[in-house]
Design a protein around this ligand. Sequence first.
Ligand SMILES: C[S@@+](CC[C@H](N)C(=O)[O-])C[C@H]1O[C@@H](n2cnc3c(N)ncnc32)[C@H](O)[C@@H]1O
Length: 344
Amino acid sequence: MAEAFQQRVMGLFESSGTVMGLALGGDLGLFKAMADLNRPFTSEELARATSCKERYIREWLGFMACSDIVGYDTESEKFFVEKEKLSCLSGILPLSVGVVSVIGQRQPLLRECFKLGGPDGIDQNVSNDFGKWLGNVRGGSFEQALESRILGEVPNMKEKLESGITMADVGCGTGLMALMIAERFPNSTVWALDVSEELLNLGRQGAKKKNLQNVHFEYADAHNFSEKWAAKLDYIFCYDVIHDLPFPRVALEQIYKSLKDGGVFSMLEPNVHSSLKDNLEHRHSADTYFFSLYFCLPHSLSVPGGDGWGRTMGEERGGQFVREAGFKDFKVYHDDMNHFVCYK
Ligand SMILES: C[S@@+](CC[C@H](N)C(=O)[O-])C[C@H]1O[C@@H](n2cnc3c(N)ncnc32)[C@H](O)[C@@H]1O
């Protein structure tokens, strides 16, 4: 048993090395360049195509070949990637695993949080690298969330957005979803709210690029909305945010207050339960605890007295909190993210 465990841990170590290599390749555009080359290639050719140094490329390619990510033909001494791997590697995969670089920078900060006498948590604005990373990897999942979740699970929302309503994306990050909705539904007005000026600025740039006049990026703390929102909004959308907050119940009360009577609130939260015993066999659990430990929990503890739920706030507590905030009528739809559709 000890030997099997040791082998498992060594396997994890090797895999984590490969993940770092994949992330590096994604960051440097090496996989994309392989797809563009579209034929077997030498390290010199890949170096030339990516404006990188050949010696580093050669070492990286050796690493990727020994990790069975790219192939190496010993006769021609050229590297190649099978077609079926290429779409994976030149797409979202290396970007997704790129989170390990962000994690690496966070490790020393997190280590200090563990210690008695160390900081309580990590403020969102200490590093927005995670927010920027999310902005890069969300594309596909947000298109899907718009189509199947918002337009599919919220009754008549498509018609309402088409005819023109006022909505807010609370904790919008780089504003991907807000921009998508604003572009698709020009009669509606979208307020994209966040506490990170850096992320809001990226959203503003996106709006400028697309020449969108109906989306407004504005600083707003979900715990303390300005009175100007009171009973003003028809729809509020909140993706992967509430569990991050130091005081989710306060934010949910603010959201309730900001909706018009008959307004709708979409809260998307990770599909996990609130207790560890129910999560042990759950397919997303390890991922959820991983992101929670490094990002969500330290953020939710970054304010003195913060509740500190983190990403494992879970479905049961989520339901309890929206009910306590005033939403007596809500329905939960399950997928990778749970969608609480709540009616005021
Ligand atoms: C995990 S990210 C999700 C971003 C975006 N909704 C997405 O899914 O890509 C959480 C976001 O909540 C924002 N946030 C954190 N605390 C906040 C607060 N008190 N009020 C509003 N937004 C907050 C962060 O800046 C971050 O952009």
